[in-house]
Design a protein. Structure first.
Length: 337
């Protein structure tokens, strides 16, 4: 199914707002398609549209794995997904500006579980393998409370789990997710750093820390966290996509291009956004023809939506830039074959 792909949690790639696309003032009809990598879904999956800490709309997927939200104003939102085996999984912030008939695609990675809510990896902290039963019960209770959006109760349950087992990295990670939901960035940061202190090989905490930094436009900090994450999980394509984006925002264009190439060599993440980042990085390096090739590939892989339209405009500008000048004093370039 064609449409804008939104990868969950730290998989999520910020969309049109990153490239200064003017918002549309009109309310719109938003369609969200939820499925795993094989295209299947749980027909009772809950989808919630959030703006800051406020729930704007809720829905449940039907047989077509689709949820419809009508009358949505333009602005910055997150989607929160809960289903069988996972709860409270959310996207990064996405900016909804104009809509067409194509749905927003949400991919649930296979094996995503409640224990990994708020993380991008199925990695389990080594410290979490020795969890006392009472702490585990509090952790499970917190997951249920998060599913019901009972944030204060969930936070209290996680604090009790941590009191019983201070080395509970996943509990700190989920506590950070709650702090993010209620807008407490300071305690979110503290909880994620505590998870990393407990287990400095716990990839989800690094990636969620990067998510937080990207949301705050702290791209240097995000890049550092993502470099740590990719050193621990070098074949994780979604981490590489996020890393290439942070590198681009930090004007590390060669690194962004290099990491986009690594993404293209993998099969565990859609490649379109990597072509997008690579194209703008090549433009920044004045490698205009190469940028055009990346934009063309992007349009082939993501043919509809705002980014596709912007890519087509970029291709028109590139064609004009590369075309021979009508100047008899200059030698005209031969047409490209």
């Amino acid at each position: 199914m064609a449409g804008r792909a939104v990868l969950l949690l730290v998989f999520a790639i910020p969309a049109s707002a990153q490239f200064d696309v003017p918002p549309s003032p009109a309310n719109s009809h938003v369609r969200v398609h939820v499925a795993d990598g094989s295209g299947t879904c749980d027909t009772s999956t809950k989808v919630e549209l959030m703006q800051a800490a406020t729930s704007v709309a809720r829905g449940v997927t039907g047989k077509d794995c689709m949820v419809d939200f009508a009358g949505v104003p333009s602005g910055a939102y997150r989607l929160v997904i809960s289903g069988r085996g996972y709860a409270g999984i959310e996207t990064n912030e996405i900016t909804l500006t104009s809509f067409d008939t194509e749905p927003i695609e949400v991919k649930i990675p296979r094996g995503q579980t409640k224990e990994n809510a708020g993380s991008s990896s199925a990695a389990t902290s080594v410290a979490d393998l020795r969890i006392p039963k009472r702490a585990a019960r509090e952790f499970d209770r917190a997951k249920q409370e998060m599913d019901r959006q009972q944030w204060d109760a969930a936070a209290d349950s996680l604090r009790r789990a941590i009191a019983d087992y201070p080395q509970y990295a996943a509990a700190y990670n989920n506590l950070a997710v709650i702090y993010a939901r209620v807008g407490d960035r300071g305690r979110e940061s503290d909880a994620l750093h505590q998870a990393i202190t407990i287990d400095n090989r716990y990839v989800p905490a690094y990636v969620n820390l990067a998510r937080m930094n990207i949301a705050q436009n702290k791209f240097a900090d995000a890049e550092a966290a993502l470099r740590d994450a990719t050193s621990l999980d070098p074949t994780n394509g979604v981490i590489l996509v996020l890393l290439s984006y942070a590198e681009f925002m930090n004007h590390h264009f060669d690194d962004a291009i290099s990491d986009c190439k690594k993404v293209h060599a993998l099969s565990n993440v859609p490649h379109a956004y990597a072509h997008w980042t690579a194209a703008f990085s090549l433009e920044a390096k004045n490698q205009i023809a190469e940028a055009g090739a990346e934009f063309r590939t992007f349009v082939e892989e993501e043919p509809t939506g705002e980014r596709a339209e912007q890519a087509r405009k970029e291709l028109v500008n590139i064609a004009k830039f590369l075309s021979p000048k009508d100047d008899s004093s200059q030698t005209k370039l031969e047409p490209r074959k």
